[in-house]
Write a protein of this length. Structure first.
Ligand SMILES: *Cc1c(COP(=O)(O)O)cnc(C)c1O
Length: 468
């Protein structure tokens, strides 16, 4: 929800849409357009309202061509039907909708198993509206555990959280909302994510945890979670500081278990206390559902947990919201059931194949330099080659829009603000055929771009409203 600050009050306008939209008496019903920034005084026919809203929405971008988003833009019709059937169920009403509550528990159990919780039966977890809420919950658990360990010094001591400068904005929110100092490991040269040693060096007695990202929204790379844990093991040896790790697996926690089984990043590492993922990213469900899991009950302080009625007893819950739709949780269970491990592997492998193939096509054009190749998350970032001076990534982004492609361009943070990139997120539904069309459109643009006298985007900040 954007935080809006009021609108001018337009005078009454004649409704100048198609008279066919008026149901009973087309002309009589169509005399006056409804105001758009205050409640209309009178009701209108559903068909008219529907059409007015639809007409306006035509100007939104096409979600399937939105290569900026990680969020699911295609599901099977069966999933759509199931979601429509569940749209009236409130996730918090565990007692009234016990089967929906049970499906949520099964999803948590499946994820605990997938992420190698030492004892899946004792792992705890919950659904959320997305990874942002999951990260708030995980961060709160870290903060509370640290406060309990340091009860003698808290609240005077100021807690801090260590993470790479490439973290998603939800971690800045967490630090802001919960008054935790964000200690950011900077990028360095061609390293665009956290360095384990540098992270360990930022830790002190007030560090509530370290966040590792699987994988980075900036370039799709996996952060080295096992090395991070090893660096923190060494820190413990040296100093006695025992710092837990949270893995922000918003995307990668639903990719790596299927495509990179040998990569050890999850609860197999004893230092990993909690993991989140976005069910609505590579979990393959429409927005908004996320998941947060803790390795055991000890990792989630009991006093943060609230209880709601459930089948005559009570059920523990941990959430920021109270009411929340149940449909996405049902759709997540449907997708788990429908695809299984082999199905997920096939879908994610297809996305990775499209990403690596398309990255190769882009590199072959000669004008670009790849930062990543799409072989971790099915995501790659690229920039213009050093000898390209006639245009920049912002020009490319703008020109691609002419063919309907939404490919964001953005500047890297501090230490690499000289670097601006384009990023392509390949998802289920972005087929090899569509990728080929994108590659052809990009190739067709190049002669034009090369003829520019100079890059045309003056205000780079305004060039893209993109915030990961
Ligand atoms: C998308 C993302 C988030 C935020 O997740 P939402 O589900 O959009 O709330 C957090 N961290 C990372 C690494 C992400 O990719």
């Amino acid at each position: 929800m954007p935080l809006t600050e009021g609108f001018p009050r337009p005078g009454d306008r004649r409704l100048s849409v198609n008279p066919f939209y008026g149901p009973a008496n087309p002309l009589g019903d169509m005399a006056e357009a409804p105001p758009t920034h205050r409640l209309p005084a009178q009701p209108m026919a559903p068909a008219t309202a529907h059409q007015l809203v639809r007409d306006e929405l035509m100007l939104d971008g096409n979600a399937r061509l939105n290569l900026a988003t990680f969020v699911t833009t295609w599901m099977e019709p069966e999933a759509g039907v199931l979601m429509a059937e569940c749209r009236d169920k409130n996730m918090i009403d565990k007692d009234e909708y016990p089967r929906t509550a049970e499906l949520e528990r099964r999803c948590v159990a499946m994820l605990a198993d997938l992420w190698h919780a030492p004892d899946p039966a004792s792992a705890v977890g919950c659904s959320t509206t997305g990874s942002s809420e999951a990260c708030m919950l995980a961060g709160m658990a870290l903060k509370r555990r640290w406060a309990k360990r340091n009860a003698d010094r808290y609240p005077e001591a100021r807690p801090n959280l260590v993470m790479g400068v490439n973290v998603q904005v939800c971690w800045e929110k967490f630090c802001n909302f919960w008054e935790v100092e964000a200690r950011l490991v900077p990028m360095e040269g061609e390293r665009f994510h956290l360095d384990p040693q540098a992270a360990a060096e930022l830790c002190d007695e007030n560090t509530i945890g370290v966040v590792g990202i699987l994988g980075s929204t900036f370039d799709g790379s996996y952060e080295p979670i096992a090395d991070l844990c090893a660096a923190l093991d060494a820190l413990r040896e040296r100093t006695g500081l025992d710092i837990p790790v949270h893995v922000d697996g918003a995307s990668g926690a639903m990719v790596a278990p299927f495509l990179d089984e040998d990569l050890v990043w999850d609860f197999r590492l004893p230092r990993v206390a909690s993991i989140n993922t976005s069910g609505h990213k590579y979990g393959l469900v429409y927005p908004g559902v996320g998941w947060a899991l803790w390795r055991d009950a000890e990792a989630l302080p009991e006093e943060l947990v609230f209880r709601v009625n459930y089948l005559g007893g009570d059920m523990p819950t941990f959430a920021l919201n109270f009411s929340r739709p149940g449909a996405q949780v049902v759709a997540q269970y449907y997708t788990f059931l429908r695809l299984g491990r082999d199905g997920y592997r096939a879908v994610q492998q297809a996305a990775r194949d499209v990403a690596t193939e398309l990255a190769g096509r882009v590199a072959a054009l000669g004008d670009f330099r790849l930062l990543t190749r799409g072989d971790q998350l099915p995501v790659f970032a690229f920039t213009t080659a050093p000898d390209v001076t006639a245009y920049d990534v912002f020009d490319v982004s703008r020109r691609l829009r002419e063919s309907g492609w939404l490919v964001p361009a953005y500047t890297f943070p501090e230490n690499r603000q000289d670097l601006s990139v384009l990023r392509v997120v390949c998802r289920n539904g972005f087929s090899a055929d569509l990728a080929e069309l994108l590659a052809q459109d990009l190739e067709r643009l190049l002669p034009d771009l090369r003829r520019q006298p100079r890059p045309l985007t003056e205000d780079k900040g305004a060039a893209t409203g993109f915030h990961h």
